[in-house]
Design a protein around this ligand. Structure first.
Ligand code: DHB
Ligand code: FE
Length: 283
């Protein structure tokens, strides 16, 4: 049977992709950040996932503002990197797994999560930067990736509770999928940041670190945090962290924290990375 072996929370700051692509990872500004992701890459290669569920938000690259699906799932065979204004990143094309993706779409919709089905989409830094941080540089990503998009761009996003419950539904669907797949679920975005307006540059490290603590030990309490607390405490874009709750909801009640990294700054953003092994009972 398929099983989720680990969950990863990872920031997706655009400028990290630029630093990689422009060969600046050893520069003074970036060095410490990329050192912090070395262990993450080792852990990913030890985990050898057969499939990745990549939870991210599109930043207006694929989805025009005319249509704003709250949750959507990519069922295509491939997803090309988006041109976000400077040409597409020279990173591998994301290969999907239409068979599993259609299975997951059906399971989630029948479980009353109304996913928008995406047959064609480019993927922006929201997904490609975490892939680079976990698996790069690479000629091919190590396994198929199912993109699961969440609206974190236009208020209101789905609540943390709704995201956590979607994770639970993913967990149930995976457990009922016959092929023997080792699956890693990736929640991207955050941590605290605001990139526009009067509070531009806002960082709240105390809140971020408590978020990481509770992600391991008290996810239900974390899931009850209202959207406005994210905005107030972590900046308008900090709301991206609700996507980490989809990842956490898909894991067992008990997890083992294998790695944590927190760094400020990267552009305007506090960068976080956490790797949770799915060791406990499924509760
Ligand atoms: C930045 C943060 C983001 O979440 C993002 O999607 C793009 C850029 C930033 O801090 O620059
Ligand atoms: Fe973002």
């Amino acid at each position: 049977m398929a099983r989720i072996v680990a969950g990863v929370g990872c920031s997706h700051v655009h400028a990290i992709g630029d630093a990689i692509d422009l060969g600046k990872t050893e520069d003074e500004y970036w060095h410490r950040l990329f050192e912090g992701f070395k262990r993450s890459k080792e852990l990913m290669s030890e985990l050898r996932p057969d499939l990745l569920i990549g939870v991210f938000n599109d930043h207006g690259s694929a989805m025009p503002l005319q249509y704003i699906p709250t949750f959507s799932l990519g069922v295509a065979a491939e997803f090309k990197p988006a041109d976000e204004g400077w040409g597409a990143r020279q990173v591998p094309i994301v290969k999907g797994d239409p068979e599993f993706a259609w299975y997951l779409a059906e399971a989630l919709i029948l479980d009353e999560f109304d996913m928008t089905i995406i047959n064609e989409m480019v993927v922006d830094h929201g997904l490609t930067v975490p892939l680079s941080l976990m698996f790069g540089p690479a000629k091919e990503w190590p396994c198929p990736v199912i993109p699961l998009c969440v609206n974190a761009l236009t208020y209101p996003s789905p609540t943390g509770k709704r995201c956590f419950d979607l994770g639970r539904a993913i967990r149930k669907a995976v457990a009922a999928y016959a092929p023997d797949l080792r699956i890693v679920i990736l929640g991207t975005g955050g941590m605290s940041h605001q990139i526009h307006g009067e509070r531009s540059g806002l960082i709240n490290s105390v809140w971020d670190k408590r978020f990481l603590d509770r992600l391991s030990s008290d996810p239900l309490e974390l899931a009850s945090i209202p959207l406005l607390e994210y905005v107030r405490e972590t900046g308008a874009e900090g709301i991206e962290m609700v996507m980490w709750l989809i990842m956490r909801g898909a894991l067992n009640d008990e997890v083992e924290e294998a790695y944590r990294f927190y760094h400020v700054p990267a552009s305007n953003t506090a960068v976080g990375n956490i790797i949770l092994m799915n060791r406990g009972s499924s509760g």
